[in-house]
Design a protein around this ligand. Structure first.
Ligand SMILES: CC(C)(COP(=O)(O)OP(=O)(O)OC[C@H]1O[C@@H](n2cnc3c(N)ncnc32)[C@H](O)[C@@H]1OP(=O)(O)O)[C@@H](O)C(=O)NCCC(=O)NCCS
Length: 165
């Protein structure tokens, strides 16, 4: 880690790391999820998008420190693969390893359920997420043109990435 990158990071203490819990996302969690979601994206998911995903076709988990929601992820089951649709860390908790921890959890859950690959799409402009995924081991596979809505009626390309589990 470079000195410049570490300057704004608070090391995550072992105590906090041991105190966090990962629990299945429930409808009761959606106020807290939406509060983070709306600050995190130019085009956030709606509450209905989350509600529609709280069923066995999806893997939706929340990362908690006590009653503080640190982050969440939502993935869709496929045949021998899992498709990560949303992974978000609360702004105040970024750069402390929580996305890595959730990717570890998703990898474990996916392997336990017979998946061999993780897939995701990410906005081409989302340099931070691209870096996190590449450092985690995801490879860039292709680009989906005009996949995402963008500002001023524009569209944005998605980078398709995969990870062999
Ligand atoms: C992208 C996003 C999920 C990353 O979450 P994050 O928790 O900040 O990511 P991590 O902390 O796990 O990884 C970031 C860095 O912290 C480092 N890190 C890991 N453990 C650490 C620790 N204990 N202490 C300090 N830093 C640590 C990681 O090495 C990584 O650095 P690197 O990228 O230079 O290798 C987050 O920025 C976010 O929610 N963004 C908005 C939503 C979004 O864009 N989601 C992705 C959509 S595709």
């Amino acid at each position: 880690m470079s000195a410049a990158m570490s300057a704004d990071r608070q090391p995550t203490s072992e105590a906090i790391r041991n105190a966090v819990t990962l629990r299945t996302m429930t409808p009761e969690n959606l106020d807290a999820v939406m509060a983070i979601e709306q600050t995190a994206y130019s085009h956030p998911w709606s509450r209905g998008n989350f509600q529609d995903s709280l069923n066995p076709l999806f893997e939706a988990q929340c990362l908690w420190l006590g009653d503080e929601l640190m982050g969440y992820f939502l993935a869709m089951h496929g045949f021998k693969e899992m498709h990560l649709l949303n992974i978000t860390v609360a702004p105040a908790r970024r750069g402390q390893g929580w996305a890595h921890m959730m990717l570890d959890a998703l990898s474990l859950i996916s392997r336990q359920q017979g998946a061999q690959w993780l897939w995701l799409e990410v906005r081409q402009s989302n340099a931070r997420a691209l870096q996190v995924y590449e450092r985690y081991g995801f490879a860039r596979i292709s680009v989906r043109k005009d996949y995402y809505p963008a500002d001023r009626q524009q569209r944005e390309h998605a980078v398709v990435m995969s990870l062999k589990l």
